[in-house]
Design a protein around this ligand. Structure first.
Ligand code: ADP
Length: 608
């Protein structure tokens, strides 16, 4: 069971307060308006009392407590939920406060969190049914829509940033620190993008953690691993920039932005020759996003939420001078940029049509780990004005995701600490530290196109994955996708795997661990046995995770045309760009990429 909402939302509080602060300080007079239609039902429509209701959300049941007094809704509390990200938290808050204040269940869903919004509304309705409510009562409730309306539909800034994920926030902070007046346009109702739902891994050669664990590493080694990981089609000049700037950027994040990385944790993701990933607090991108957002607020960066960039404005000299956008209040907006525009709108993992256009293999059969906002908008917008696109066909799947939702599993990161992958027949079939694409393809080739991760106490006590990601763990257990037991036999029984074959695979592996060499698959990294109870087995599938292709940029983060010419006034950073990762992005390289190039874009745009 997930911790109560109150507790879960504590970390959100600072962020929400910063939204309030931002609105109050916004120079553009944003005002909250409510559009209401329909008639208010008569008071006395419900019986007084406290009622509990529930409905299935994205991560499990959402349980609410509704207090009815004076015949109408007076209080709504969410007592339990397992929705996993900041976007869902924001949606839950919005819906609850609207239902409470407007005494209506006829409330608009929050964009980007439709499933969560609908589940909260359904849970409230199921509570109200016990108070005498019915579909007819609910339909008579006034229709409530809450939107941010701009007083001015045309606004001028020095820098316009499209997208409020890791790259956009890093760019906004840098540009603002250099003295520019910056606006961030974010089409969802909260910032963070894929960076927020990432595991917060940041590859850095030469970190304090590497020194502590006496890991020998270098910029050159990082470049070599990244190039090999991408089958050497990567833009080497950009990889060099990534590797050289990783350490200074980590220091910037730690010292100036106050991001917390675990001092005693250093992870070796697949394809890296040494452990080099710092891991952010709580194994999540949350701290990174919250701290970058807090810094941006402190610097006076203006945020326009639920505001979607639609088109780049180009003057007669071919210079990008602004962005046309639309918002949830259905306004057409123009944001002029006197210095430049930075596209940081992320990849296109959530856009099935676009995936199919560039690589038909990645069709509807794949779910995605990505947030709904990653639909490739920035790529389409920039291509229209002549930007070059590179490596668009290279789309990455993450091998170990939730078979029901496609969402990435962080509990499954036990793989990096020593868990083995088995198929339905109970056999190992791939080196667990292989590249994501190799493992994903190998899993798809197995019976049922899924796999099982198996580990015991020796692995669990390294990263404590079931504790660190307790909510995810419990939701896997509830959905019967993960089982903990005292013996390998019980694990095999749970998923109807042949017991003898599975025991043999584990025994063989343990013997190899003892000898210090995995002669079957040459597993890299530290080898750990699977001999001590409790044991765990988790079912996993590959899911679309990262789109390597995108806008072609130079080392200054300027967007280039097909002729290699710079498009004046246009910069791009993060997953919207292509070339850095080649055919395949290595684990921990995305957060390094978005923060390094976000900063570079932010620093250079002000020089225009
Ligand atoms: P990166 O890792 O490159 O920073 P993220 O996925 O973290 O990418 O963030 C990209 C952000 O851009 C998301 O929050 C997404 O909602 C936002 N976004 C995508 N398209 C648009 C658009 N057209 N207008 C405004 N924001 C957008």
């Amino acid at each position: 069971m997930r911790k109560p909402l109150k507790e879960a939302l504590l970390s959100m509080l600072a962020l929400m307060m910063s939204f309030t602060f931002m609105t109050a300080c916004s120079p553009s007079d944003e005002s909250l308006t409510k559009e209401q239609t329909g008639t208010k039902a008569a008071a006395g429509k419900y019986k007084d009392g406290v009622y509990e209701g529930k409905a299935a959300g994205k991560g499990g049941d959402i349980v609410v407590k509704v207090t009815v007094s004076g015949g109408d809704i007076s209080k709504v509390e969410v007592v339990e939920h397992q929705e996993s990200d900041m976007i869902s938290d924001e949606a839950i808050n919005r819906i609850v406060s609207l239902v409470e204040s407007e005494k209506s269940t006829n409330v608009d869903v929050v964009s980007g969190a439709t499933m969560t919004s609908e589940a909260v509304i359904e849970a409230i309705k199921s509570a109200l049914v016990q108070a005498g409510g019915s579909e007819a009562t609910f339909a008579a409730d006034p229709k409530v829509k809450s939107v941010n309306k701009e007083a001015e539909t045309e606004q001028t800034y020095e820098v316009v940033v499209i997208g409020g994920g890791g790259a956009g926030l890093s760019a906004a902070v840098e540009a603002s620190q250099a003295g520019a007046k910056v606006v961030v346009l974010e089409k969802m109702s909260s910032v963070g993008g894929n960076t927020l739902v990432s595991g917060g891994g940041l590859n850095v050669p030469g970190s304090d953690q590497q020194k502590k664990f006496e890991v020998s590493d270098s910029v050159d080694q990082f470049v070599e691993d990244t190039m090999n990981g991408g089958d050497n089609i990567n833009d080497k000049e950009l990889v060099q920039v990534l590797a050289e700037n990783a350490l200074p950027t980590a220091k910037w994040l730690i010292n100036e932005i106050n991001v917390e990385f675990m001092p005693d944790r250093l992870q070796q993701f697949g394809g890296h020759s040494v452990p080099r990933a710092l891991i952010a607090k709580d194994n999540q991108g949350t701290d990174l996003i919250e701290k970058l957002k807090a810094k941006a607020d402190e610097l006076g960066v203006v945020f326009k939420m639920e505001t979607k960039a639609e088109e780049l404005i180009v003057d007669d000299n071919g210079r990008v001078t602004g962005v046309k956008a639309s918002n949830a209040a259905e306004q057409e907006l123009t944001f002029h940029a006197t210095k430049g525009v930075i596209i940081a709108s992320g990849g296109f993992g959530s856009n099935v049509e676009m995936r199919k256009k560039y690589n038909p293999e990645f069709d509807e059969k794949y779910m995605t780990t990505d947030v709904p906002g990653t639909t490739g908008d920035g790529i389409v917008m920039a291509e229209k004005i002549g930007a070059d696109l590179v490596h668009m066909e290279h789309i990455q799947t993450y091998p170990t995701c939730n078979p029901m939702t496609g969402i990435i599993s962080y509990v499954a990161n036990s793989r990096f600490d020593g868990a083995v992958l088995l198929n339905q027949e109970g056999k190992r079939f791939v080196e667990e530290m292989e590249r994501r694409d190799v493992i994903s393809r190998a899993i798809l080739d197995q019976t049922g196109s899924y796999a099982y991760l198996v580990w015991g106490q020796e692995v669990e006590e390294v990263g404590h994955m079931t504790d660190v990601h307790q909510q995810e763990y419990e939701s896997f257990v509830n959905d019967k996708l993960l089982h903990k037991a005292d013996s390998i036999e019980e694990l095999a029984d749970f998923f109807e795997i042949d017991v003898q074959t599975m025991k043999k695979s584990i025994d063989t592996y343990n013997k190899q661990v003892e000898k210090g060499k995995d002669t079957d698959f040459n597993r890299r990294g530290t080898l750990r046995p699977i001999a001590k109870a409790p044991f765990y087995i988790q079912k996993v599938v590959p899911s679309i995770h990262h789109t390597m292709g995108g806008l072609k940029i130079n080392p200054q983060s300027q967007v280039l045309t097909g002729d290699g010419e710079v498009i004046p006034g246009l910069f791009a950073a993060g997953e919207v760009t292509g070339g850095i990762h080649g055919t395949n992005r290595l684990g921990g390289n995305a957060v390094t990429d978005v923060t390094v190039f976000g900063r570079i874009a932010g620093q250079n745009v002000v020089k225009e």
